[in-house]
Design a protein. Structure first.
Length: 63
């Protein structure tokens, strides 16, 4: 996921890096899902698109 975050978006990068520390081996699917939700929220916000919690959940589930 980190390759999709712009280097200019330091807030998103910092939040995702902090979440990644919860599961350093990358084996906890709940942490991965949470990271996907956060990533999608930052992505949609940067595009100035509105979204709901349900939409974020669906987008994250597709990853």
């Amino acid at each position: 996921m980190k390759d999709r975050i712009s280097s200019d978006d330091t807030l998103a990068a910092k939040v995702l890096a902090a979440l990644a520390r919860l599961d350093q081996k990358g084996t906890d699917e709940q942490v991965t899902c949470a990271m996907s939700i956060v990533y999608e929220a930052f992505r949609l916000h940067a595009m100035k698109r509105s979204f709901t919690a349900d939409q974020l959940f669906v987008l994250a589930a597709r990853r």
